[in-house]
Design a binder for this molecule. Structure first.
Ligand SMILES: CC(=O)SCCNC(=O)CCNC(=O)[C@H](O)C(C)(C)COP(=O)(O)OP(=O)(O)OC[C@H]1O[C@@H](n2cnc3c(N)ncnc32)[C@H](O)[C@@H]1OP(=O)(O)O
Length: 206
């Protein structure tokens, strides 16, 4: 671990990430990179360059990609990994993580999250505020579990999928890669085709 943390993305999501990193109390300094030249500071922390500047800080900093869009986050994080930059995961001190839970690099677990035992969370995921993931879940890479989502036991969520705010997934359900599940939706059966799903129970709209 390095003394400095660089967060790529200084937007609203980046602010929440910085807040978690500050509360973890592991880095002596924290700064942002952002491609929007108009943003000079965020959360009182300095924006010290653009995404491409990350490579010049390779030896002196740890990195976290704070980009909400799953595909963009994947692209940026994979490039950092390829170039052997040290990508870290961030876990808010109030999160409750069960025994045997695995959390991949570049994943954030936000305030009030509960992840129960033996669940596996891939790299580059966002496990957003106050979501709960029960036992034996498999959350693949670059998934976003939005605030307030409740996932029962033995659920799988495929790479790059996004579960919208407050959605619910019943136990033993598999959601394939490339899905968007709408705000407040309820998933009670497997979703096997990529697309956008809304409602209670969900129906495909796109
Ligand atoms: C910290 C943070 O902020 S994290 C981010 C949290 N944000 C979220 O979770 C947002 C989740 N997003 C949604 O629910 C979106 O509505 C999506 C992704 C499901 C669909 O978005 P779009 O593809 O733009 O669909 P659009 O808004 O055009 O709606 C299409 C139809 O579906 C309906 N619809 C959209 N979302 C929902 C929903 N969650 N539940 C029920 N119906 C819905 C719309 O009313 C519309 O119906 P109509 O054709 O009868 O008018």
């Amino acid at each position: 671990m390095k003394e400095k943390l660089i967060i790529i993305g200084a937007s609203g999501h980046g602010k929440v990430i910085a807040d978690i990193a500050i509360k973890m109390n592991k880095w002596q300094s924290i700064a942002f990179l952002d491609d929007d030249e108009a943003i000079k500071t965020s959360m009182g922390l300095e924006v010290i360059g653009k995404t491409a500047d990350a490579f010049t800080y390779k030896d002196e900093a740890d990195f976290f990609v704070a980009i909400g869009n799953n595909a963009t986050r994947e692209k940026v994080q994979e490039r950092l990994i390829e170039e052997e930059l040290n990508v870290v995961s961030l876990i808010h001190p109030s999160a409750v993580i069960g025994i045997g839970v695995e959390i991949g690099i570049g994943t954030v677990v936000m305030a009030g999250v509960v992840i129960n035992s033996s669940s596996r969370i891939g790299k580059g995921c966002i496990i957003n505020t106050s979501s709960s993931l029960d036992h034996d879940n498999v959350i693949e890479e670059y998934v976003h579990i939005s605030p307030g989502v409740n996932i029962a036991g033995t659920v799988s969520v495929g790479r790059g999928s996004w579960l919208g705010i407050g959605s619910i997934v019943s136990n033993n359900v598999n959601i394939c890669s490339g899905c968007k599940v709408g705000a407040g939706a309820v998933v009670v059966k497997d979703i096997t085709e990529p697309g956008t799903y809304v409602g209670v129970p969900v129906r495909k709209i796109d």
